[in-house]
Design a protein around this ligand. Structure first.
Ligand SMILES: Cc1ncc(C[n+]2csc(CCOP(=O)(O)OP(=O)(O)O)c2C)c(N)n1
Ligand SMILES: [Mg+2]
Length: 391
């Protein structure tokens, strides 16, 4: 068999100078490099799992305020549980429950003032209610009604983003806007352990550090990005360790300890306000429930693991602390729980009054003038609704 000679179309190159190839030096022969010391990462816990407080670290918060914090955590849990039932009964869209993350939520938001800004992820009912969103508004939102997305008057919050980590550079941008206008407000943004692997988040860290943006980054490390445990998606699962590499003051806090979250965030907010730039707080917590209502965590994690974390429940822990202080007793716990449940049910009634599907409007929100092919679809769709007698 003969092969046809193919003339190479490559230009002839002049021969390159001979390269001396040697075996790679043994490790011990490599010049020692200066070790970069990223320092120790602080882990803050004030209330242990049994509700015992470390008095040296305990923040001074008066009794009424402590009860307000407790109530906000209970209300958040009640809302999550009620919405899960509504979703299972076909009355609610897909949503992401935050059960187990109530202390992380309320603790991070507590130190923010009304003029400060908040850019949340999608698992943030507790913080959003604290900021002034209404329960029925959140229900409308997660049931697909655009009215629910309207930011309540006077609330300095950005809409959350489902695109993981995409809101973090935007939050830095808002923080830079505040700084450039000479204001002393602060931005706080939160995101998950999975978001820490997104390029956008890492770019945001670097930019915020270089320009000393007045921002607090709260990474809610709840153990999972959907089914992927943090150990499998991060080279170093103590995520706060990445912060110093960006020049960002970073720490870990027990995210199931609301007092630790309050203290960590208060310090970070003060630093940002004083012009000392960004901080990163890794809130170590656990997603006790589903990723979203479309998820079944039983296929990727063991019941024993969940049970271990149930014993660390942030609400039960804070309850013990308040009981030890004489601020709560079992009757008051029951009464408060009933009150919160009632609040959620009343909001559900208001939601039901407003959540009337308007199928004839589905083509109306995107274009001022519909492109011809969509207009054709719209006419076919409306004819179908007419045939079925749908108003
Ligand atoms: C850019 C992008 N990639 C993938 C997804 C699909 N997704 C939705 S939530 C999620 C996991 C995010 O995990 P984490 O950041 O830990 O937040 P958590 O849901 O645990 O609160 C993924 C991969 C998405 N929404 N956006
Ligand atoms: Mg996560």
């Amino acid at each position: 068999m003969s092969h046809k000679a193919v003339k190479s179309s490559r230009p002839t190159l002049s021969p390159s100078p001979a390269v001396e190839v040697r075996a790679a030096p043994h490790r011990s022969e490599v010049m020692p490099r200066k070790k970069i010391d990223l320092g120790e990462i602080e882990y803050l816990r004030i209330l242990d799992e049994h509700g015992e407080v470390d008095e040296a670290l305990e923040p001074k918060i008066d009794g009424d305020e402590l009860l307000r914090i407790y109530r906000a955590m209970v209300l958040t849990r009640k809302l999550d549980i009620r919405m899960l039932t509504m979703q299972r009964q076909g009355e609610m869209g897909t949503f992401a429950p935050g059960i187990g993350q109530e202390a992380t939520q309320i603790g991070q938001i507590y130190p923010l003032g009304k003029d400060d800004w908040f850019s949340p992820s999608y698992r943030c009912f507790g913080a959003q209610l604290w900021r002034g969103w209404t329960i029925e508004g959140l229900m409308l939102l997660w049931d697909g009604f655009f009215e629910g997305f309207e930011i309540p008057q006077g609330v300095h919050d950005l809409p959350f983003s489902i695109v993981v980590g995409s809101h973090v550079p935007v939050a830095v941008g808002v923080a830079m806007g505040i700084k450039n206008r000479g204001g002393d407000a602060v931005m706080l943004t939160n995101f998950g352990d999975g978001a820490m692997s997104q390029g956008s988040v890492n770019e945001a860290f670097n930019f915020a550090s270089v320009y000393k943006a007045p921002i607090v980054f709260v990474c809610e490390n709840n153990g999972y990005a959907i089914s992927v445990p943090v150990e499998k998606q991060a080279g170093i699962s103590e995520l706060a360790r990445r912060g110093p590499g960006f020049g960002i003051r970073s720490m870990r806090a027990d995210g199931n300890d609301v007092l630790a979250m309050i203290v960590a965030t208060t310090e970070a907010v003060q630093r940002a306000r004083a012009g000392d730039g960004p901080s990163l707080i890794e809130a170590v917590t656990y997603r006790m429930s589903l990723h979203t209502t479309a998820d079944d965590p039983k296929v990727y994690r063991r019941d024993e693991e969940v049970e271990q974390w149930q014993a660390k429940c942030p609400i039960a822990r804070f309850e013990k602390y308040l009981m030890n202080k004489g601020l709560l007793d079992p009757q008051a716990i029951g009464r408060l729980g009933d009150e919160c449940e009632q609040e959620v049910l009343e909001a559900r009634t208001r939601f039901r009054e407003r959540a009337k599907a308007r199928p004839r409007e589905v083509f109306e929100m995107m274009y001022e003038e519909l492109p011809p092919e969509l207009d054709q679809q719209r006419r076919e769709y409306l004819a179908k609704l007419d045939r079925k007698g749908v108003q």
